[in-house]
Ligand binder design. Structure first.
Ligand code: ZN
Ligand code: ZN
Length: 156
């Protein structure tokens, strides 16, 4: 969505404005606002369980990526889009419970020991901001079903 004051894209708005604009133009309404100690972005909190984030004086994005755990089934694309790749669900009873409504993808892991993985329960976890990318090395590629895909092993 867009902030009605600065027109920038923002994850959420309060009074139609981004956190930065609320903080600058209506400080009296946001006495709890602070600047992130990592990236200097304005943060007014008001998230569920935002106590630890507020204590650390991080913005939501820095807090999220600082605490993000890369697991065995975490895919990080070359564009630094992050996904959780859940196990393939055979004959799902209700596709709307699955990530992307049960759409099928193929995951090609950079690690050649891992076979291409079919997935119909993929969850987007967001794009890694520039300042965190060094902590999230890309580890694979996401292909849509039907899209051409080959790996060195498969073409032999
Ligand atoms: Zn704004
Ligand atoms: Zn920050």
């Amino acid at each position: 969505m867009k902030c009605k004051n600065c027109q920038n894209d923002t994850m959420r708005t309060i009074y139609g404005r981004c956190d930065e604009c609320n903080f600058i133009t209506q400080p009296e309404k946001f006495p709890e606002a602070y600047r992130c100690t990592l990236c200097n972005k304005a943060e007014v909190g008001r998230y569920m369980n935002d106590g630890p984030m507020r204590e650390a004086q991080y913005c939501w994005s820095c807090w999220y990526w600082t605490n993000f755990k890369v697991e065995e089934n975490t895919l990080i694309s070359d564009a630094y889009e992050v996904y959780t790749v859940n196990r393939y669900v055979e004959n799902p009873r209700n596709k709307s419970w699955l990530g992307y409504g049960g759409r099928e993808f193929m995951i090609l892991w950079n690690d050649s020991r891992r076979l291409p993985q079919r997935c119909n329960d993929l969850w987007n976890r967001g794009d890694v901001p520039l300042r965190f990318r060094h902590k999230f090395p890309p580890n694979g590629t996401l292909k849509h079903r039907g899209e051409e895909w080959t790996t060195p092993e498969m073409t032999i």
